[in-house]
Structure formats: C-alpha cells, structure tokens
Design a binder for this molecule. Sequence first.
Ligand SMILES: *Cc1c(COP(=O)(O)O)cnc(C)c1O
Length: 395
Amino acid sequence: MSQYSVDEYGFYGEFGGAFIPEMLYPNVEELRENYREILASEEFQQEFRALLRDYVGRPTPLYYADRLSDAYNCRIYLKREDLCHTGAHKVNNTIGQILLAKKLGKKRIIAETGAGQHGVATATVCALMGLPCVVYMGEVDIARQAPNVARMKLLGAEVRPARSGSRTLKDATNEAIRDWINNPVDTHYIIGSVVGPHPYPDMVTRLQAVISEEIQAQLQEKEGRPDPDVLIACVGGGSNAAGTYYHYLDREHVQIIAAEAAGKGVDTGESAATSALGRVGIIHASKTLLMQTDDGQITEPYSISAGLDYPGVGPLHAHLFATGRARFIPVTDEEAMEAGRELARLEGIIPAIETSHALAVLAKGAVPEGSLTVINVSGRGDKDLQTYIDYFKLA
Ligand SMILES: *Cc1c(COP(=O)(O)O)cnc(C)c1O
C-alpha cells in the first residue's frame, strides 16, 4: 500500500481519523462500510463516467499554454477544470456523492457552504436527480454571496441560514451535522472537500482523481510520457489538489507544489496559510493542521479568495506537508491577483481567484526552467469578476 493512501483506520500518517460525536457514528459507519465497494462497482462507474462525459463535459482539455510558457521559460499545460459544468471541479465530487447516496437508498441531501460554490454544485446535482436539497450557509455569507444564494434557489434548493457564532462556514457545518444526526436514515451529507471524518477525505479524493487520471492519458498522448516534472494546484480544503496529485503521489520524480493563500502576508494576522501557521488539532472531526490560538480556539482565516478562506487543510495534505512529498508555497492576495490578470492577458482565460494562487507560483520562481509543468485551473473567474473590478479599478 502507498504511504500516501489512507489506512484502515482512516489515517494518513498521523492525520485524519473520525473524531465524531457518538450520535453521528451510525451515519459515518454506514458510509465507511460501503463507499469503497460502491465506488468500485461496475454499475457506479458506468453511471459516474457517463454523467462526467455528457453532463459535466469531461474529459476537460489539457491545454498547452504557449505564451505563458514563453514568459516563464518552461513548458506549461493547463488542466481546464474551469470548463466543467458549473465552472469548477467541485461538481466531480457532488455527482459522485449523489450517485453513492442513491445506491444507499437516501432520499434527501444536505450540504454546508461558505462562498456558495459547493452549495451550487450540490443544488445542481440534486436538481439533476430530483432529490430535495437543504444547504446550510452562515448568515454573513448569505449576505456577501448573493448571486450563489440566488443560483441555489433557482435550482430548487432550500438555503437555511446558520445564525450562531461568527455566522460563517464553521457554523453552517455545525448546523448540517445537527441535521444529519436528526435524520440518520434518509439523508446523505455531501461534504465539499477532502475534509471531515473518514471516509470523506478518501472518498472525495477518489472522486476527484479523475483529474490526474486524465492528465496522465493526455500527457502520454501529447508528450509521449504520462509524467510532468512539476504539478501545481491551489489548496483550500484540498479537493482539486488531491484530484490533481492522486495518480502521481507514488511517482516521486514528479515534484508536487501546493499553493496556499497567504492573504495579506503570512505574518500579518490576515492569512489562511495553514502549513505555515497551522498546528496539529481537530477540525470537522479530523486530525490535521489548523490555524488556532495557543489555547486551541480556531483562528478566523483571511484570503481575498472565498474558496481558500479555510483554517485547515485536509489530512492528506497535512501528511504531504509533514513528509515533504509536497512543497507548500504561500501566495499573497496581491501575487494571486497579478497572476490572474496575467493569465487573462497571455492566454485569454480568466481564472477563479483560487486558481490564480496556483498560477502565482510561476512568478515566485518555484518552477525550474525548461520543466514540463501542469497547473490545475480549478475554476473560472466569472464568479470573481466584482473582486477583479474592485482590485484593478476596472469600472
Ligand atoms: C472551492 C474551490 C477551491 C478550493 O477548494 P479545494 O477543495 O481546495 O479544491 C479552489 N478553486 C475553486 C475554483 C473553487 O471553487
């Protein structure tokens, strides 16, 4: 077994596990007992692959970025997850989980969302499958993410405000968990990244691994070899990165880079750079690296990018950091915004600001000259247009 795979107890090295309240045990245990067999079954794979092809639009292109490559003296391919239906990689996971939920006989879906992207991806697949959908969202986030709230409602989902605590993502997560405890038989909880109790990190990684599977085949076709020299992705919770890395984890000659959000700077107190600032603790029922005070209270993270504004990372990423398998590079708001504008001007692709963090690694000199590099373009920038407008004073 790979040292980067989850073990039978749900751990990656010292990270992971399922630190759940006893009342949640039956729900999580049902998933743990069934997920591998269902995901591996021919019936699931056929349905999953057909929807990825016909509904999501996979395989997404692996595009050789000529002008960007010239600018950095290396050979850069962009994996175009921004071209997925709904505009980002998140739908790979929600399609997989809703199919799994149906196999388990579930009749109702719940989810938590911060910026609203995962809520939209969940509401989308619930509409597709005709299942009722409740999305928990902090009251503060509802106010600042109005377009995504409208999308979820248009798609037929119910958006329930979380009114406790800081009224943001962690409070929405608490509400979702409470709902799940009260509805253990008929409800599936779709978590949006490689976080939460085992088996979620492994389950979501396997569903997103279609990204690295495609990269291997596409590089083989275009370059005559499946491996790049360098792989780059941004890490919020870590699902697009886990999917980009998955088939390369044991191929140690492939250098893996994770871009994390430094916000205004790692030492400014306004950051979300978990590898730089985090210590071992438990968040969302998983032992991982997280930003916390000396007495263990979770620190409020900050990033210009709503999707990277998370105080922890999934346990796989904590393990990749601890073992040195992945190199973590903090990227500031400013560096990311410049990199996003650069991609727009050199390639005609406006990236999500999350993705701009991955692109910024180039200007930081982290990629050796001449190397064959793949960068995962996790999403498109339409949702971030107002942020680009305000930042660059475009209007
Ligand atoms: C949500 C999101 C992310 C961050 O989530 P991960 O689980 O770390 O992938 C990154 N990019 C985009 C476009 C997103 O919507």
